[in-house]
Design a protein around this ligand. Structure first.
Ligand code: C5P
Length: 222
């Protein structure tokens, strides 16, 4: 069977990873969370008190860093230099700093190289901001997920409350909007729908609805 590449892009908290994981599972494909890679580097930079705007230092740090994405029955685990950072990279501090690190062109260049290496055999579902535009420009299926800031903040808020985490809806809205702004306005590979991507507005859709729409696109290409 023909193994294709599937690119899923969109703004922060649009549900990309949730649907990407399910699609990957249905197809027995590999799921690659590229945001986790930027988060892992950001976490390391914060721990080592590096200047998050210092491109050369951040590039050199990345070049001596091993970031691994490993599937497990608890979902995808993220390892940074053999340390499990799966939960640590989701902290508010990392979330609100990562877009500064992801702005640095040399850091992106190295990340994109690593991401492309994961996808050489096909059979991947990759989510991020620049997958359809830069990382996998030849992906057979490209999806751009959208939802209003209100909707995305409310979903994240509900998730936080369910996990028993403190959560402030207005603050979440502001943080999501700020991250989208930095991601959309950067010079290199900004958040942008690829011209050949199919846009799916998830605002009034359930997770199975979105998965169904993507699977229909996949069936046309397999
Ligand atoms: O997907 P997630 O929200 O975990 O991504 C975290 C951050 O990593 C994004 O806000 C963005 O700054 C950066 N990112 C990126 N390019 C990607 C994936 C993520 O710039 N392909």
């Amino acid at each position: 069977e023909n193994k294709i590449s599937i690119a899923i892009d969109g703004p922060a908290a649009a549900g990309k990873s949730t649907v990407a994981k399910i699609v990957a599972e249905k197809l027995s494909y590999i799921y690659i969370d590229t945001g986790a890679m930027y988060r892992a580097l950001t976490y390391k930079a914060i721990i080592n008190q590096l200047d998050l705007e210092d491109e050369i230092t951040l590039l050199n740090t990345l070049l001596s860093t091993v970031i691994e994405l490993k599937p497990s029955d608890r979902g995808q685990l993220v390892f940074l230099d053999n340390l499990d950072v799966t939960d640590l990279i989701r902290s508010a501090k990392v979330t609100n700093s990562v877009s500064y690190v992801a702005r640095l062109p040399k850091v992106r260049e190295e990340m994109v190289k690593r991401q492309q290496a994961f996808a050489t055999e096909g059979g991947v579902v990759m989510d991020g901001r620049d997958i359809g535009t830069h990382v996998l420009p030849n992906a057979e299926v490209k999806v751009f997920l959208l939802a209003s800031v209100e909707e995305r903040a409310e979903r994240r808020h509900a998730e936080n409350l369910e996990k028993g985490f403190p959560s402030d809806l207005e603050q979440l809205k502001a943080e999501i909007a700020q991250r989208d702004k930095i991601d959309s306005e950067r010079e290199v590979a900004p958040l942008k729908k690829a011209s050949d991507a199919i846009e799916i507005d998830t605002t009034s859709l359930t997770i199975p609805d979105v998965v169904g729409k993507i699977m229909a696109l996949v069936q046309e290409r397999i």
